[in-house]
Design a protein around this ligand. Structure first.
Ligand SMILES: Cc1ncc(COP(=O)(O)O)c(C=O)c1O
Length: 399
């Protein structure tokens, strides 16, 4: 039986109360509770706006399509290239490809999984920088990319920057929160994330025009995106034209809307997110201290109070240790594990059409993809849970 999950959730009285209120309100589709979640998340991150959507994947897709539909970014068009990370949950690359753009990969730092910015610069120098439209760094496991460098390179080459902060709820880079250092950013509230709702995501931005397009893209391109429409009557108070704002569509969009229950589960967590982040940091520090004896065999996560940890990632250094066996042994002992996603162009079947192009070119990503894995470090773990992890891991690794 699994004792230590990668992530856990306990629904408290506040969530239950909000859910009961929603049931009594006769409105389940997104409304005031969703607006409150958006207000709280934007406030926590430090952007002007937040748009809730039904997953982190939808947040990526909505963000990319909003840029495509926004005339201020003529470079963001079908066929253009987006520089991104080869080691991430597949949604990052899938969203780029589904929007008709081409993901282009540079290698990563083997410890923090962040983009190698010298390789980005080299790529743009060697190729035609007009072929590129965007840099989409991923703050994997909570580690924030070198955003100063990324923004410098992007502004030199007129590229949009879009942070995938799905796994970095509240991580800090030089005093700034992940998600505030670019035009827009996405988050996921999937299981195990600091704020988790089961399924939900969000896009944040401080750009009012982009906000309007994002709201339309997530609601089937619906013409109306303002906050004061008389949506229930289908009459726009600002226009005499004969159109129903609910059923007039400016863009070809998606249905990425959420329901009020998702927002209800998220709200109390956002209110206590500082405590969630600090208890995860405390757990990482505890595990690092107690597992230091394994550091010749396993590389342990870098510790910093600037990192908001999604989980506790480890990379196998001692090649005599088989990752598959190690993960199976941990699972049998009751500790849930996950591989660190794999190197997308070289190890993910969905992107195998890129394998020839990238074979041998991403050594760090290939290594991490094959030798890294993670376990939970979430806020519900007790000291005895952490001691159990330590004892089990030491026994299995030293066996
Ligand atoms: C880096 C990254 N991007 C995007 C996503 C997609 O989020 P979701 O699973 O909510 O669709 C995830 C999911 O965990 C992720 O880790």
């Amino acid at each position: 039986m699994i004792k230590i999950q990668v992530g856990d959730i306990i629904i408290g009285d506040e969530e239950r109360q909000i859910i009961n209120d929603i049931m009594d309100s006769h409105r389940l589709s997104e409304g005031p509770v969703t607006r409150e979640f958006e207000r709280l998340w934007a406030n926590f991150i430090g952007t002007r706006f937040c748009v809730a959507v039904n997953s982190g994947t939808s947040a990526l897709i909505a963000g990319i399509f909003a840029l495509i539909y926004d005339n201020r970014f003529p470079k963001v068009r079908k066929g253009k290239k987006v520089i991104t990370s080869p080691v991430t949950y597949i949604a990052t690359s899938s969203a780029i490809a589904l929007a008709g753009l081409e993901p282009v990969f540079v290698d990563i730092d083997p410890q923090t999984f962040t983009l190698n910015t010298s390789q980005i610069e080299q790529l743009l120098k060697d190729g035609n920088s007009d072929d590129y439209c965007m840099i989409l760094p991923v703050h994997l496991m909570g580690y924030v990319n070198d955003m100063d460098e990324i923004n410098r390179i992007a502004s030199e080459h007129d590229l949009v920057v879009f942070e995938d902060a799905a796994q970095a709820h509240g991580s800090i880079y030089k005093g700034k929160k992940a998600g505030t250092m670019s035009l827009l950013a996405d988050y996921s509230f999937y299981i195990a994330h600091n704020v988790q709702v089961g399924e939900m995501g969000a896009v944040v931005t401080s750009d009012k025009d982009l906000l309007k397009i994002l709201k339309k893209v997530k609601a089937n391109g619906r013409y109306c995106a303002c906050a004061v429409c008389t949506r229930s009557k289908g009459i726009c108070p600002f226009s005499d034209e004969d159109f129903d704002p609910r059923f007039t569509h400016e863009f070809i969009g998606f249905n990425f809307k959420i329901n009020e229950f998702q927002a209800a589960i998220g709200i109390p967590q956002v209110k206590r997110i500082d405590d969630i982040i600090s208890s995860r940091q405390k757990n990482v520090k505890y595990l690092n201290d107690k597992l230091a004896g394994l550091s010749s065999k396993l590389s342990l996560p870098e510790y910093s109070t600037d990192i908001s940890y999604l989980a506790y990632p480890m990379i196998i250094k001692d090649k005599s240790i088989d990752r598959q066996k190690l993960m199976r042994d941990l699972e049998s002992a009751g500790i849930e594990t996950r591989p660190l996603f794999g190197c997308i162009p070289n190890q993910q079947p969905a992107f195998s059409y890129l394998k020839e192009q990238y074979s041998g070119k991403l050594p760090n990503a290939d290594y991490v993809g094959l030798h890294a894995f993670y376990i939970g470090c979430h806020q519900y773990l007790s000291e005895s849970d952490l001691d159990f992890i330590v004892k089990t891991l030491v026994e299995i690794v030293n066996a």
